[in-house]
Design a protein around this ligand. Structure first.
Ligand code: ATP
Ligand code: MG
Length: 557
């Protein structure tokens, strides 16, 4: 069965939704994906997207896309556009249900006034430093702010003037009046609003007070009629605040917050702060660098959206913290591409071969199927002539035992073509480097079999020199040299210096001149055309090798 067709497996959130629907709690499921537009989406976000949109799809509900744009200083339109592109590319559609927390700024403000009037919020004028000191610690209770006893009228007056722009950043905040002795620090009179004289990408200069995430998020959920508000485990301790705020307000519904564990991936970093550092510090080439775990990077690398959905499905949804091995993503990628990618011949490190007994100027067009298991993908014609390229690695002057490829005097099969024998080796007189092989071919072996039944041990890929397209190919390896770079202070020193290898002089079969779709370069891996390609100068990225080369390393070591 194709991975994409596999029915979704159950998980604890799915079970809660099923029970709620069976109990008649909701008419339909409404979920949301709430990114903060302060960076590009990564594969961790994909887990949340697949979960939220997947539940809506499978239970006939809807999923909203909501930009959590409560922090104007850090948010940019570029990020909004990138997020929309990435969610669509992953295969999900929010229809006309695209919202912003800023859509609710007026309502959020009114609710804040409601909290003030009911004695549940007050304006506090402690400095940031004093606020911290009054807050207490995990082991010590906090102390009440001296401003906690301001009257509702006083608070309303101050809050109105905060909005009107009478005060500088940091002069006052609006805080919930809950319990400074609560063992849960999130309930020690958390800040609901702060003053920030900064223009907002959508509301412009309309506001100089902005709601905090914890306040805006639960109210936005309630206003949108969200039934299940799914978030990552670090918000578990915020749930009490989520519920407290909604309990104080005349909101239309009270969504249920459910936490699940984040997706972590080995050999990479996923926090937006670190991704920002990598991009702005030019340690990688932009947000869509194919070495990054961003969705735009994975897309550019050639990872199909179906592989990412399959990966998220296989990783599952639990409350257990874990780090997923990058190999699992590579496996999903390989499985998706094995099905979909047509085959092609390409030589990454070319070594010239001259077939001495092949007529100069003659060209034969040999039939090559595009996919060994999928005849419906048809075939193409490969040119074959007197001068060819083979992979440098496929020849050894003095081969060790077990090397079944080409060597002096040896015969091998060229894929879809003929048997050739190495008759003579041309070397550079100075460096001793092999520069060319003089070979002979057996015309009776056209198609790759000898009528006399003789066998050869190796089959090599090759490209006809006269028709070859010269290309740049970029090979990628893990971005970091250690499995857990995020856990290290000086993580930038752990970047893998070999994470990008650029090969300038690769030779591709002529059908690859136009770029186009992802391909399997036979024996080399899966490759996708890069947007840097120019007419006559294609650039291809290796998405993933054919086998898990790291497993081999581990087995040897
Ligand atoms: P930061 O990296 O700064 O902590 P964030 O990753 O939480 O930010 P948001 O834009 O707030 O960024 O994330 C949007 C949604 O995606 C949130 O609901 C969040 O819980 C979810 N999400 C983010 N990272 C992961 C992850 N690694 N695994 C699963 N879900 C994630
Ligand atoms: Mg967040």
């Amino acid at each position: 069965m194709n991975a994409a067709d596999r029915p979704p497996s159950s998980n604890f959130i799915r079970q809660i939704v099923e029970q709620d629907l069976a109990a008649g709690k909701h008419r339909a499921v409404v979920t949301r994906f709430p990114p903060e537009p302060n960076g590009y989406l990564h594969i961790g976000h994909a887990k949340s997207i697949c979960l939220n949109f997947g539940l809506a799809r499978d239970f006939g509900g809807v999923c909203h896309l909501r930009f959590d744009d409560t922090n104007p200083a850090k948010e940019e339109v570029e990020f909004v556009q990138a997020i929309e592109r990435d969610v669509r590319w992953l295969g999900f559609d929010w229809g006309d249900r695209r919202f912003h927390a800023s859509d609710y700024f007026e309502q959020l403000y009114d609710f804040a006034c409601h909290l003030i009037r009911t004695g549940k919020a007050y304006v506090c004028s402690l400095s940031a430093e004093d606020t911290r000191a009054y807050r207490g610690t995990l082991t010590e209770p906090g102390r009440d702010s001296p401003y906690r006893t301001r009257t509702a009228d006083e608070n309303l007056d101050l809050f109105t003037r905060m909005r009107a722009g009478e005060f500088a950043d940091g002069a006052h905040v609006l805080r919930a009046r809950i319990d400074m002795a609560s063992p849960n620090l999130n309930l020690r009179d958390p800040v609901l609003y702060r003053i920030k004289h900064a223009p907002h990408p959508i509301t412009g200069n309309a506001w100089c007070v902005y709601p905090m995430y914890d306040y805006a998020h639960c109210v936005s959920d309630a206003l949108e009629g969200i039934t299940h508000s799914l978030c990552t485990l670090e918000f578990e301790d915020h749930r009490a605040l989520y519920d407290w705020i909604l309990d104080q307000l005349p909101v239309p519904c009270h969504p249920r917050q459910i936490e699940f564990s984040r997706l972590n991936l080995s050999y990479t970093v996923m926090s937006k702060r670190r991704l920002h550092e990598l991009v702005t510090g030019r340690h990688v080439n932009g947000w869509d660098d194919p070495r990054l775990p961003t969705l735009s990077g994975l897309r550019r690398r050639g990872v199909p959206a179906a592989a990412i959905r399959d990966f998220c499905e296989r990783v599952g949804v639990t409350r257990k913290e874990n780090v997923i091995d990058l190999v699992q993503l590579e496996t999903c990628t390989r499985e998706a591409l094995e099905q979909s990618a047509p085959r092609a011949l390409a030589v990454l490190r070319p070594l010239k071969v001259v077939i001495e007994n092949y007529p100069a100027g003659q060209v034969e067009w040999l039939d090559a199927p595009n996919h060994p298991q999928r005849p419906e993908l048809g075939s193409r014609q490969l040119p074959f002539g007197r001068e060819l390229y083979i992979e440098r690695d496929d020849f050894m002057l003095d081969p060790p035992k077990g090397f079944h490829r080409l060597a002096p005097g040896r015969e091998v099969r060229l894929r879809f073509a003929y048997f050739i024998r190495c008759e003579q080796v041309v070397t550079d007189p100075v460096s001793g480097e092999v520069t060319q092989l003089i070979c002979s071919y057996d015309p009776a072996t056209r198609g790759g079999n000898a009528p006399d039944g003789r066998k050869v041990k190796g089959t090599l890929h090759w490209v006809d020199a006269a028709h070859a397209v010269t290309a740049e190919v970029r090979l990628y390896d893990r971005l970091f040299s250690v499995p857990d770079p995020a856990g290290q202070d000086d993580y930038l020193s752990l970047l893998n210096p070999q994470s990008l290898q650029v090969l300038q002089d690769c030779r591709l079969e002529p059908s690859l001149a136009q770029g186009g779709e992802a391909r399997q370069f036979e024996r080399l891996g899966y490759f996708a055309p890069d947007p840097d390609s120019r007419p006559g100068a294609p650039v291809w990225n290796r998405t993933v090798s054919l086998r898990d080369t790291w497993a081999k390393v581990a087995a040897r070591g």
